[in-house]
Ligand binder design. Structure first.
Ligand code: CU
Length: 252
């Protein structure tokens, strides 16, 4: 028995040495990287509440009471072409501090960054009913009668309508009846560097959901006869288009 153990050690030891003991490429340094999520409206950090302190491109005054969403397949690309993708999804809720930092589950090679990209929402591979079994992620479920899966985003609040009255809105996005409305966001990250413990700030600029290319007058989307947009394919496609300019990288 002792002889077999000795042979086993002799076989395993060179393997450990060959892989550097950490599974990475010999010589490459890997860093732990964190993404921090910040939420802005009109360039200031949002404060949740029933007031309507912000203005969109259509001139609607609005405020927000809830913001939660998924990002997935977050990818860092270095200037030398090295690319690392964190598989799976990350849930963000403005009200829950721990969800607003995402320590990537993979090490990232150190070096100069070229871009940070991710999917806003859940691609078809992740947007499957039952994929999340516990809250808070499971609470994002999307109705089976609308195709199942999960909301990409719940951005709720209140705006001042044409009658000068406060009206509640729910900008809920998701895949609808089998159509995928998730989209890739690519942000230029040149000038930034991956170092051990680096944090990159990902900003969501809320008013941009309602502009560029499609200007949303909230009166058209949220009113007594059209209270929500979950079943509105045109609205979902419009959020997908407007979403291209919603995100930015914060100052290093
Ligand atoms: Cu909804």
């Amino acid at each position: 028995m002792r002889r077999n153990q000795a042979i086993a050690i002799l076989v395993v030891l060179p393997l450990l040495l060959a892989t550097g003991g950490c599974g990475g490429d010999a010589g490459a340094t890997e860093a732990a990287v964190t993404i921090a999520f910040e939420h802005l409206a009109n360039d200031v950090p949002i404060v949740l509440g029933s007031e309507t302190p912000y203005t969109n491109a259509a001139g609607n005054e609005f405020g927000t009471t809830r913001l939660s969403y998924f990002v997935s397949a977050l990818t860092l690309t270095l200037t030398d072409g090295t690319e690392v993708t964190a598989s799976g999804a990350h849930y963000v809720d403005h009200e829950t501090d721990e969800t607003r930092t995402y320590v990537l589950p993979v090490g990232v090679a150190t070096g100069d960054l070229a871009q940070i990209s991710f999917v806003m929402g859940l691609g078809p591979d992740l947007n499957v009913t039952g994929a999340f079994t516990s809250p808070p992620e499971s609470l994002m479920e999307w109705p089976e009668m609308m195709g199942g899966g999960y909301h990409y985003m719940k951005f709720e609040g209140r705006y001042v309508d044409d009658a000068d009255e406060p009206f509640n809105f729910m900008t809920h996005s998701g895949g609808l009846n089998g159509t995928d409305y998730s989209f890739e966001v690519v942000l230029d990250a040149t000038g930034r560097e991956v170092t051990e413990g680096a944090t990159f700030i990902l900003e969501m600029n809320l008013e941009e959901w309602f502009a560029d290319p499609d200007t949303w007058d909230l009166n058209d989307y949220f009113n007594e006869t059209h209270r929500g947009i979950m079943g509105d394919a045109d609205a979902q496609a419009s959020l997908m288009a407007n979403g291209a300019t919603v995100f930015s990288l914060g100052a290093p």
